[in-house]
Design a protein around this ligand. Structure first.
Ligand SMILES: C[S@@+](CC[C@H](N)C(=O)[O-])C[C@H]1O[C@@H](n2cnc3c(N)ncnc32)[C@H](O)[C@@H]1O
Length: 304
């Protein structure tokens, strides 16, 4: 079985401030590393409800036989369609899992040749290959720039459009080789494959990752019980910025006009930030290099 090593496991458990009889939501089950550790620390009356949009993750969850655990095959953007009432913690470990990256048939990695797909839920939407076949140069450029901060976005987009006149780009290696061929050569040793940023951009775009995160955040305040914790691990600055701003706005409270004289208690903050952002230790990064870009934020629901 392809495996996934959970990132920032101990700090995440600590951040959730687990209550013995608590109800917890793991929005990103993956291979259940965090879910299993949460269950280990809870007692018999507790519950863990987990989400994943990937059918392979949901399949893997079938091996977790525990009456306190439920897996829900859904996008976490639909959280409140599946859960009502209050919960004691909501956890997210964003992005893709190692099994998704390592399975060449999913098309997430330029290191492995496979169909150019990259959908976390392959039964929804269109694949990256299909999108690249029909998108305008400007759209491709915009996606590579916005979600990959790729400086050579236009050059890559032009090359993609020129190549598809000949034939549709069908595999990850076709795309990775095309990007390498048009990428300006650097005199410095190459630290990253030139396709790294483009693959990240296309994955974020095709799965609408930032939109789904924003939609989820609009639901967490209603679901969290007072004192309940929100713990989010992000893997790139675009995600983390959304989380950081959300927490900041909730900590600040109601959005009164700037010149309206009000007292601090009128602001009614809905979240309290817990500590500073947490990063993996050097030991964790050495043991699990995929943890290197992780950043975790924790906040607690107030009574407001
Ligand atoms: C980094 S992995 C989680 C790993 C997990 N914490 C573990 O220890 O095994 C992220 C998982 O979240 C899922 N995922 C990402 N975005 C999602 C979304 N919007 N809705 C539901 N699942 C999502 C992915 O399919 C993937 O399985």
């Amino acid at each position: 079985m392809l495996n996934h090593q959970p990132v920032l496991l101990s700090p995440a458990l600590k951040g959730l401030n687990l209550q013995p009889n608590g109800i917890y939501v793991d929005c990103t089950f993956g291979r259940g590393g965090h879910t299993r550790a949460i269950l280990d620390q809870l007692d018999q009356n507790s519950r863990v409800l987990a989400f994943d949009q990937d059918p392979d993750a949901v399949q893997a969850a079938q091996s977790l036989i525990d009456s306190r655990f439920t897996i829900i095959h859904s996008n976490f953007a639909e959280l409140t369609k599946h859960i009502t009432g209050k919960v004691n913690g909501i956890f997210l470990d964003l992005g893709v899992s190692s099994p998704q990256l390592d399975d060449s048939s999913r098309g997430f990695s330029f290191m492995r040749d496979g169909p150019l797909d990259m959908r976390m839920n392959p039964s929804e939407g269109i694949s990256v290959g299909e999108w690249l076949y029909e998108a305008k140069i400007e759209e491709i450029t915009e996606v590579l720039r916005t979600y990959g901060e790729e400086r050579h976005a236009k050059r890559i987009a032009q090359a993609i459009v020129a190549a598809r006149e000949e034939a549709e780009l069908k595999t990850t290696h076709q795309l990775a080789n095309l990007i390498r061929a048009v990428y300006p050569k650097s005199r410095k040793p190459e630290l990253k494959h030139p396709a790294t940023r483009s693959f990240q951009a296309l994955r974020i775009f095709i799965n609408r990752e930032l939109e789904q995160l924003k939609t989820l955040l609009t639901q967490v305040l209603d679901l969290l019980a007072p004192g309940g914790r929100l713990v989010i691990i992000s893997f790139h600055s675009l995600e983390d910025r959304i989380v950081k701003r959300f927490i900041r706005d909730c900590v600040r409270g109601d959005d009164f006009p700037i010149d309206l004289p009000i007292t601090a208690d009128a602001l009614r903050p809905t979240l309290r930030a817990i500590g500073k952002p947490i990063f993996p230790s050097e030991t964790e990064i050495n043991e699990n290099p995929r943890s290197r870009s992780a950043i975790m934020r924790v906040a607690e629901r107030t009574n407001n």
